[in-house]
Design a protein around this ligand. Structure first.
Ligand SMILES: *Cc1c(COP(=O)(O)O)cnc(C)c1O
Ligand SMILES: [Zn+2]
Length: 418
C-alpha cells in the first residue's frame, strides 16, 4: 500500500531502488524519496487525515514505508500553542509555538524522524539500528530500538550533556562516546555502517529519516485550520528539519489540501556554530565548515549534511536567518519559560532569540502569523541554565520567617516597579 516510486538523486535526478542507499554513485548527491503524486492527489483528503489517530502516521501516504508503521504510534502531532504572552514581548500579534519539547517518547523533534527510519530499518531487514548524534537523536533511536527489540549503538561526541548520555544508556543502547566533534563522529559512522551492515537512522537510512521531518510542516498547516502561516522560524543543525518543513508545505499544496503563498522560512543558529547563517550573509551556495563552540550542543554541527538545501529553501521562500549568542540563547530559554510555561533546551532558546531579532529588524511584521519550532526539552539540559537562575529562598519552618520574607519581597518589588 506504498505510494513510494523509488529514490532519486536530488542533484542529477538519477533513479535508484528504495533500499538503504543515500548518496548517488554518479555525482555523490543525496538521494530523496519520490512518490506517486497523482495517486496521492486522488486518495488523500482533509477528512481522511482528520479521521486518524493523532500521530505523525496520519500522513502515511506521504511517508516512505511499505507496510504498517512499527513504532511511533504516539509520536508527532505535538501541540501548536497560541503564544500571546510571548508574542506581546516580541511584538507579534499572532505567534504560535510548535512544541516538540513534548514529543513522545524522548521529548524532541527527533521522535518524528526516527519512527520512519526505524520502521524502514525493520522493513529492510536490519537487526542493528544506530545513529551519529548530538544527543536527542541518540535518545530517540535508543527508545524506538527498545520498543522494536532491535540492538542499538549510538555514537556521540564525548562532551554532550550528561542527561542525554544517561538517557541513551538507560534506554538500552550501547553508547559510544568519541573523542571529537559531531562531524568526526559522523565520519566514523559512515564507515561503520558499510563495514558491519548496520542501519544508521541519519546515515544509510537518511533518505527515509528525513521524510519524517515533513510531518512538522503538515501538522502546522492542519493545526492552523488548513492554512499557511506567513513565517516559520526553525533551528538548523544538520539541516534535515528546515527544508523538510518547506517540502511538507509544498506537498500538502500539491495534494490540494491547502492553498496560498508558501511561508517564509527563517534559519536560527547559535553564533558559536553558524555555518548556514554565515553562508547566507556571504551569498554562498554551500556552507563553509566551522568548529562548534556553543552551549547549544544539540545544534552544534559545523558541517551540515543538508546545508545546501537549507540555503536553497530559505532563499526560495524569501526567508532569512540570524545567529544568537549563548547569552541571548539563555535569555530566550527564560523568556519562553516565564511567558508560556514551556521549558526548552538551548536549541529552542536559539529559535526564540533569533525570532526576536527578526522582528526587531522588520523581517517579520507585527501582524504576520508566525510559527516558531521549539524542538527539544529543557528538562534534559537544565545544567545549561543553572548559573543564570537565582537560588531558592532559604527559610526556616516558622510562619514569622515567612511573613518577614514576603514583606521584604513586596518591598523589593515596589522599589523595582516604581
Ligand atoms: C536535531 C535537532 C535540531 C535540528 O536538526 P537538523 O539536523 O537541522 O534537522 C533542532 N533542535 C534540536 C533540539 C535537535 O535535537
Ligand atoms: Zn546524482
Amino acid at each position: 500500500m506504498s505510494y513510494v516510486t523509488g529514490l532519486e538523486c536530488s542533484m542529477c535526478r538519477a533513479p535508484f531502488p528504495p533500499r538503504a542507499l543515500y548518496v548517488c554513485d554518479q555525482c555523490l548527491g543525496p538521494l530523496e524519496v519520490t512518490y506517486d503524486r497523482d495517486r496521492i492527489r486522488r486518495t488523500l483528503t482533509r477528512e481522511l487525515i482528520e479521521s486518524r489517530p493523532a500521530s505523525l502516521w496520519r500522513y502515511r501516504e506521504l511517508l516512505p514505508i511499505d507496510g504498517d508503521p512499527r513504532t511511533g504510534l504516539e509520536s508527532g502531532f505535538t501541540p501548536l500553542l497560541r503564544a500571546d504572552r510571548l508574542g506581546a514581548e516580541l511584538g507579534l500579534r499572532e505567534l504560535w509555538v510548535k512544541d516538540d519539547s513534548v514529543n513522545h517518547p524522548t521529548l524532541s523533534y527527533k521522535d518524528r524522524v526516527v519512527p520512519v527510519a526505524a520502521t524502514r530499518a525493520v522493513e529492510l531487514g536490519f537487526r542493528m539500528f544506530g545513529c551519529a548524534s548530538t544527543g536527542n537523536l541518540a535518545n530517540s533511536v535508543a527508545a524506538h530500538a527498545a520498543r522494536l527489540g532491535l540492538s542499538c549503538y549510538v555514537f556521540i561526541p564525548r562532551t554532550l550533556e550528561p542527561g542525554k548520555i544517561r538517557a541513551s544508556a538507560v534506554l538500552g543502547s550501547e553508547v559510544v562516546a568519541i573523542d571529537g566533534t559531531y562531524d568526526d563522529v559522523n565520519r566514523l559512522c559512515t564507515q561503520v555502517g558499510d563495514r558491519y551492515g548496520w542501519g544508521f537512522a541519519n546515515i544509510n537510512l537518511r533518505s527515509y529519516y528525513a521524510e519524517g521531518a515533513k510531518t512538522c510542516g503538515f501538522e502546522i498547516v492542519e493545526q492552523l485550520g488548513w492554512r499557511f502561516p506567513r513565517h516559520v522560524v526553525s533551528p538548523v543543525a544538520g539541516g534535515t528539519l528546515l527544508p523538510r518543513i518547506g517540502r511538507g508545505f509544498d506537498e500538502l499544496r500539491d495534494a490540494g489540501l491547502v492553498d496560498g503563498e508558501l511561508p517564509r522560512i527563517h534559519a536560527a543558529q547559535a553564533a558559536g556554530c553558524a555555518p548556514v547563517i554565515q553562508a547566507l550573509d556571504a551569498g554562498l551556495d554551500h556552507p563553509e565548515p566551522v568548529r562548534p563552540n556553543t552551549i547549544a550542543k544539540s545544534i552544534a554541527i559545523g558541517n551540515p549534511a543538508d546545508g545546501y538545501y537549507v540555503l536553497r529553501t530559505v532563499r526560495e521562500t524569501g526567508g532569512s536567518g540570524a545567529a544568537a549568542t549563548d547569552e541571548e540563547i539563555l535569555d530566550g530559554i527564560r523568556l519562553l519559560a516565564r511567558t508560556e510555561g514551556v521549558f526548552t533546551e538551548p536549541a529552542g532558546g536559539t529559535t526564540v532569540a533569533v525570532t526576536r531579532k527578526l522582528v526587531r529588524d522588520g523581517v517579520i511584521g507585527a501582524d504576520e502569523a508566525t510559527v516558531i519550532c521549539i524542538t527539544g526539552s529543557g528538562y534534559k539540559t537544565s545544567d545549561a541554565i543553572a548559573d543564570s537562575l537565582p537560588p531558592p529562598a532559604q527559610l526556616g519552618r516558622s510562619l514569622s520567617e515567612m511573613d518577614a520574607f514576603v514583606a521584604e519581597r513586596d518591598r523589593r518589588h515596589q522599589e523595582v516597579g516604581g
